[in-house]
Design a protein around this ligand. Structure first.
Ligand code: FPP
Length: 234
């Protein structure tokens, strides 16, 4: 099988990585940025068309204020530092999630980055920020109800159009690092038929080799989408 067109990643384990080294959790998040940069580069090299990473969930507001502030600043700084490179490499950046509740300066940065990279077509990177899969489905329903009066018009295609981004394909491979085996409210609609891959590595320890390993495992999977195996397959 070929390279997955859309890879989604739950970048888990930053905090534990830091604590095991006697460092504050913030150092784990900083190290996580380095891994994100490596994996984005590798994805583009391998021909992945779309990469979505989970950077801040609608549930992460439950964390201490200091960690939330740190993650907000790190997110903003990371976007600002990468706009030029994304443009050079023809990568489109989208931030998916609820804008409400985010500080005004962050919203401004998101708008600027999305605007500047809008026409890039080599690859799309989505950063899920203030994102929740259920919140997204609720937001889709609210918009559809206000736009449509006829429930017969509601089908998968229409819902796809109302998601936070209507441009990317279904998730084909979903990777979660850090040892936990759950979806944590990530891309619930888009991952309906995703192949799941769990790595015990903490996100800062995940690297290009581990990513290649996940892709190799994906290539060997037998995807049936509810149908029967192709001829010659078990
Ligand atoms: C999970 O580790 C990670 C997060 C909640 C945030 C991930 C954020 C980054 C890597 C930085 C921002 C990313 C971008 C692309 C701008 P955890 O804190 O839940 O770790 P733990 O499970 O070990 O506590």
């Amino acid at each position: 099988m070929k390279i997955p067109s859309h890879v989604a990643i739950i970048m888990d384990g930053n905090g534990r990585w830091a604590l095991e080294r006697g460092l504050p959790r913030s150092k784990g998040h900083q190290a996580g940025i380095k891994t994100f940069e490596k994996i984005l580069k590798k994805s583009v090299e391998m021909g992945v068309r779309c990469l979505t990473v989970y950077a801040f969930s609608t549930e992460n507001w439950k964390r201490p204020a200091a960690e939330i502030n740190f993650l907000m600043n790190l997110f903003q700084e990371t976007i600002m530092n990468h706009i030029d490179e994304l443009c050079e490499k023809k990568i489109r950046l989208k931030v998916i999630g609820r804008r409400e509740g985010l500080p005004a300066n962050i919203i401004k940065t998101i708008n600027k980055a999305e605007e500047k990279t809008r026409d890039n077509r080599k690859c799309q990177v989505n950063i899920a920020f203030n994102y929740g899969g259920r919140a997204e489905i609720i937001d889709v329903c609210r918009k559809i109800v206000s736009d449509y009066k006829n429930e017969q018009l509601i089908d998968e295609e229409l819902i796809n159009k109302y998601l936070y981004d209507d441009n990317f394909p279904d998730v084909e491979l979903l990777i979660r690092t850090g040892g936990e085996k759950r979806l944590s409210n990530f891309l619930l609609w888009q991952s309906a038929y995703a192949e799941l891959y769990f790595s015990d590595k903490y996100w800062p320890d995940f690297d290009e080799k581990e990513f290649e390993k996940a892709i190799e495992v994906f290539k060997k999977r037998n995807r049936r989408f509810g149908g029967l195996p192709e001829e010659g397959e078990k």
